[in-house]
Ligand binder design. Structure first.
Ligand code: FE2
Ligand code: FE2
Length: 165
């Protein structure tokens, strides 16, 4: 196994996760500010899951005697319109699925089955995130932003249940 190759792939994923965490929290603040509470909560929940991904990647990097490069892959895009937000998130998850699938294959070829397994688990999670954002997008397309507003209204009724889909 070429440890340096695995560490480089894992660090590239760390950069992508950091970018996603920053972008999703930016979406969270802005959606919350606009009153779209359930969608805002969805972004916070998924950002926290991306932190879990970051941790799994970091633990593996340290096990392989590398260090974690805590630099996001790119800057936060200042998108605040709800449909554009969801479209951007879908593109990010789609990109994540593709790069993690490639990373899993590369780790397999590099005889690093454990890193391969981590990437495969992340692919499954990103697929699930994509699915959740896609559902939101379909509903916005079908019902318009009133769908999000209604969600917020319903979510506001029983205190504490908002955001627990
Ligand atoms: Fe992730
Ligand atoms: Fe994700």
């Amino acid at each position: 196994m070429d440890r340096a190759q695995s560490i480089a792939l894992l660090n590239q994923a760390v950069a992508d996760e950091l970018q996603a965490i920053h972008q999703y929290m930016y979406f969270h603040f802005h959606l919350d500010d606009q009153g779209f509470t359930p969608l805002a909560s969805l972004f916070k929940r998924i950002a926290i899951m991306e932190m879990g991904h970051l941790e799994a990647l970091a633990e593996r990097i340290l096990f392989l005697k590398g260090d974690v490069e805590m630099a996001p892959a790119g800057p936060v895009e200042k998108i605040t319109e709800p449909e554009a937000v969801v479209v951007k998130a879908m593109a990010m998850e789609d990109d994540g699925m593709r790069t993690y699938n490639e990373a899993a294959l590369a780790c397999g070829a590099n005889a690093d089955a454990v890193s391969k397994q981590i990437f495969e688990r992340l692919v499954a999670d990103e697929e699930n995130h994509f699915d959740q954002f896609e559902k939101q997008h379909e509903n916005i397309k079908r019902f318009g932003l009133s769908y999000l507003a209604l969600q917020s209204f319903q979510g506001a009724e029983p205190k504490g249940t908002a955001g627990s889909e």
